[in-house]
Design a protein around this ligand. Sequence first.
Ligand SMILES: [Zn+2]
Length: 195
Amino acid sequence: MNCARKFKAALMGLTIGLSSAVTLAAEKRHSEAHVHGVAEINIAIEGSKADLEFRTPAESVMGFEHEAKSESDKKKRDAALQTLQNKMNQMVLFDPKLSCKFSETKTAVVEEKVERSKESPGKTAHELGDQKKAGEHREVRATSSVTCGKPLAGSRVTFGVTKVFPEIHEIKVQVLSDAKQSGATIKKDQGDVRL
Ligand SMILES: [Zn+2]
């Protein structure tokens, strides 16, 4: 094998290695998704602006995940979405020195396709079919953007999610900027994340 071919082979090996690592990470993220009591917050920063995404199982904010058909369920759903809309700026807290302003928060209930429920691992396809009818999973998603008076990089963010929604005891935070990608797990609003 000549030098160029060796290099090409090594490069191919590297490419395959990288793409399977990415796939693995994506699978891992997927299998971690939709755990009752756990929320995900994604923060994408660019200069003095940030886009926020908040996601959590519907059960953790409205107490159920079936489609809201009764008046009382609809009330619970609307109240939860209203709270999310009003309190995004109390759940994700930027440094007051940056004087950040939140845009209007958009909220939605999204159906989550979960093939194998965390609560009942090892069920057969038949049982899963029944379960799908009996208890499907839904998530609540909220998005907002933030405009600040100063660049966000290097500042710290704290959280008030458990304070607003006591059922949520853990949040998985992902920070994305051109400079870096980092993640942290926050339990019961304790600790902070550096942007
Ligand atoms: Zn669920």
